[in-house]
Each structure stands twice: as C-alpha cells, then as structure tokens.
Design a protein around this ligand. Structure first.
Ligand SMILES: [Zn+2]
Length: 313
C-alpha cells in the first residue's frame, strides 16, 4: 500500500512515494513547464510519477492513490482544477487527464491545505483533530483542519486567511484588494517595514549587514539585527510581532483550534518568533481567561507538500 504525493510549484514539481508509516521512500522532480498544452503538462508529471514509483521498486498495482498539492483551488467533486494561476490552469480536468496515464484514485487540493494536513498527520500537530497552519513567506498561506479533515469551505474557496482584511483601505495587495493581512504579516511586510523605517533612521545594524544596500534587506536581516539588540530593528520587529499577534488572535476568536502551526521562511526565527508571539497574542483573544491554542513551529518543512498530497483522499 503506497501513495504518491505531488507538490506542484511555480518553478518545480516534486514527487514522492509514501509508505503506510508516512515515510518518503523515493523522490523525483521536474522543472515546471507552463508553455506547453495542459495534457502535455500532465503527461510530464505522470512520467515523473512512474519513474519515481519505479525507483522505489513499486508495481503499478501497489499504488493506491495519487494526490497533488497545487497553488490554487480544486473542485473536489469533479477533480477539476478551477484556478491555478502559476501553472496557467483554469477549469482543467486534472483528475480525468491524469487517470489516462495511471488509473488510480487521483486527488488535488490547495498547497497550504495539503501542508496543514501533513503536519496534522505526520508533523507537529499529529494527534490533534483541529489545527490551523499558517505559512509565513513571500505571502501568507493557510490551511484549516477540522475533525482531522481539510476544511475547504462549502464552495471550496475558504481558508484564505492571508487575504482577510486587516487594515481598512490599507496597503494594496497582489489580489487587487487593499489592506489584506499578508501585506502586514508576511516576510515581504517585514522587509517593507524595515525599509520604510530606515528612510527616517539610517543608523542601524541592518544597513551594515547589507553593506548599505537597502535593496538587499531580507526578513532574516531584520530578525538577526533585532536579535543583536539593534534599536531600529527591535522596533520594527516588535511592530511586526504586534501585527502577527492580532492576526493569531483573530484565528482563535474565529476557529479556536487545538494548535496553530507556523511554517514558511519566517518560522526559521524559532523561539525568537514564538516567545513574543505567545506572550502577546492572548491579549487580543476575547475569552483570554480560558485555555487557548498552542502555537508551534512546523516540522516537516518542504516535505509537507509531498506527504500531505499523498494523504489526500
Ligand atoms: Zn489580498
């Protein structure tokens, strides 16, 4: 009994074979190729699946299912990928096309949902029945697990925490709205806040760290300089934590999961992120005299995409 997980990304597609203990037995990858017709894209992915399965020594009849995590949304009833902008897929019959190559049950779901599922089955939130997974990187991705299952929403468009409105008529977002949460809580937001602060106060360790080239400031620059006690970096980072804490309180006020899991680049800050966040977020929770969700760091990293996709059913 083996399952195949596919992690579809904007630059590369990763494939993994998973056994019953949720271990990855073999992995393969191909670069993403969007300038060929959809059936050819699926044929390339299927070929990678077959070669990866062969590398694990599997026969076709040992594969029970194939799942794909995609940066977009799926119609779970029809197996159609409704919208996946990075791949140029709009209303494409992913399940039916894939089954022309490998006739097994085929599933797909949003990549953040898939990572949330992976952590809840094989990662830091394993053993819980409800969790919310937040990935903090260039943007904010999120996945909600309720009763051990991905909550996609009734119409399949839910769980997009990064695009809930955080600041009325605020900063323009890539989605076309203004004031979306990811403009305030992503790594991109932390970088923007640092650059804006430096315009007014040039004397900061951050500028030394990037040889006075402000365009080279990354989220890590701000975090590392704040860790060193640089006053401007500390102020920017405190403000960022303040925003993130309110965002996390919103999750608790709305869903109150057992655990909130943080993944993505910013989660590499570790305890330097967790400790102030845990201290501050409870202030904004309505029933903060009651037990509250734990906040933990994701543990599966980039493997979450493959493992979670393989677990789709
Ligand atoms: Zn948005």
């Amino acid at each position: 009994m083996y399952r195949i997980g596919i992690d579809v990304g904007g630059t590369g597609i990763q494939v993994g074979v998973i056994d019953e203990r949720l271990q990855i037995l073999a992995e393969g990858s191909i670069p993403t190729c969007t300038d060929i017709p959809f059936p050819e894209q699926v044929a390339r992915i299927a070929a990678c699946v077959e070669s990866t399965a062969a590398a694990a020594g599997l026969r076709r009849d040992q594969i029970v299912s194939v799942g794909a995590g995609i940066p977009g949304i799926t119609n779970l009833a029809t197996g159609e990928i409704v919208k996946c902008t990075n791949m140029g897929w709009y209303h494409v019959p992913f399940r039916d096309e894939f089954r022309k190559h490998l006739d097994v049950p085929v599933f797909s779901d949003n990549d953040a949902n898939v990572a949330a599922l992976a952590e809840s089955v094989a990662g830091v939130s394993a053993g819980t029945s409800s969790s919310v997974f937040i990935t903090i990187g260039t943007g904010i991705g999120s996945g909600i697990i309720i009763n051990g299952k991905i909550w996609n929403g009734y119409h399949g468009i839910g769980g997009e925490f990064g695009h809930t409105i955080f600041d009325l008529d605020g900063i323009p977002c890539t989605c076309g709205n203004h004031g979306c949460l990811e403009r305030y809580c992503s790594a991109t937001a932390l970088i923007r806040m640092a650059r804006e602060a430096i315009v007014h106060e040039h004397d900061t360790l951050m500028m030394t760290m990037v040889s006075n080239d402000i365009t080279r400031i990354e989220a890590r620059t701000v975090i590392d300089a704040a860790r060193e006690g640089d006053p401007l970096s500390c102020r920017v980072y405190e403000r960022y934590i303040h925003q993130l804490a309110q965002a996390f309180a919103n999750i608790v006020n709305l869903i109150d999961p057992e655990v909130i899991v943080i993944g993505g680049g910013v989660s590499k800050a570790g305890d330097f992120l967790l400790e102030p966040l845990r201290r501050e977020y409870s202030k904004y929770v309505l029933y903060n005299d009651q037990p509250m969700p734990e906040i933990k760091l994701a543990v599966l990293g980039s493997k979450a995409g493959i493992i979670g996709a393989a677990m789709l059913s």
